[in-house]
Design a protein around this ligand. Sequence first.
Ligand SMILES: Nc1ncnc2c1ncn2[C@@H]1O[C@H](COP(=O)(O)OP(=O)(O)OP(=O)(O)O)[C@@H](O)[C@H]1O
Length: 298
Amino acid sequence: MRHFAYIINPISGTRSKKDLPDYVATRTREAGFGCTVYSSPRDGDYSAIEKQLMAHETTDIVIAGGDGTINAAVGALRHLGLPFGIIPCGSGNGLAFSAGIPKQPRLALETILSAAPAPVDAYTVNGRFACMLCGLGLDAKVAHDFANAGTRGLMTYIEKSIANFFTAKPHPFTLQVEDTHYPVEAFFISIANSNQFGNNVTIAPKASLSDGLLDVVVLAKQNKFSLVLQAARQCLGFNKPRELTTLTSGTSLLYLQAPSIIIHNPEGAHLHIDGDPVDTAHLLDIQVIPHAFQLLMP
Ligand SMILES: Nc1ncnc2c1ncn2[C@@H]1O[C@H](COP(=O)(O)OP(=O)(O)OP(=O)(O)O)[C@@H](O)[C@H]1O
C-alpha cells in the first residue's frame, strides 16, 4: 500500500495551514492510502524525518510549502529515490506553477493522489542543491530583504522589489561557458530550471524542467526605463536563447541555455538559491543534475 509523508512548513506564504494536516490525512486515508504528517524542520536538518520515513515504509513525499521548503526537503531526501508531490503553500511557488500543479491545495492534493511521477532536473551552485531558480544581484538583494521583512507573501515581495529597483546598481561579472568568457556589467543574473520567478511571472519562458539545460538570463547595465522594457520583453517570451559565442558586447539582455556555467562575481553581488538568501561567492560553478528527482505532476 502507498504511504504518503506530508511535510508542511507552518510559516511559508501567507495562507493559514491550520486545517491542512487534518485535511490531507483524511483525504489520503479516504483514497485508500496510509499517511504521516510532519512539520518541516526550521534548521533544514531532515535526518530525524528520514528515519521516520523509512520506519513507515513511505512511498511518496509531499511538500506543503514554498520553493525554499522544496529545496531543503528534496535536497535532503532525494537520495531515497521516492517521488515528490507539491502542495503550493509558499509566496512564489515557482516550481509548482512551472510544473502545472494547481494553486488550490485541495486540487493539488487530488493531482498528487492520481498523478504519475515524471523526472525533473535540478542543479548545484558550488555544490549546493538548487531546483528552481537562483540569482545574483538585484533579485537576490530582494530575497535578502524579503527574508528580513517580518512578513511574507506576494505584497511584501512586490514592496521589496520596488524599493530595490530604484537603488539597484550594476555589478561586474564574467560568464564562462566552456572556453568562452563574456565580461558584462549587469543588474542581475538569473539561472532558471523552472520557467518562472514564481507567481506565474515568467523569466525564461522556454525553460523546461527536464531538458538537461539551465536557462541563464542577464540584464546588463542600461537605464532603468530600458531595463523595464527588456525585462518585459523577456517575460513575454519575445527573446530566444542564443549561444554565448554569438553575443556581441553591449547586448542589453543575454539569454542562453547551457548544462553548466561558471560566473565570476568579483564584487560579491548578493546570491539567492530558490528564493532563500545564501552567502555569496566570488566564483560560482553551476551544474545541472539531469533528472535529479521524480515529481508527481499533471
Ligand atoms: N518549522 C519551521 N518553522 C519556521 N520556519 C521554517 C520551518 N520550516 C521551514 N522554515 C523556513 O521557512 C522559510 C520559508 O519557506 P519557503 O521558502 O518555503 O516559503 P516562502 O518564501 O513563503 O515561499 P517561496 O519560496 O515560494 O517564495 C525558509 O527559509 C525555511 O527555512
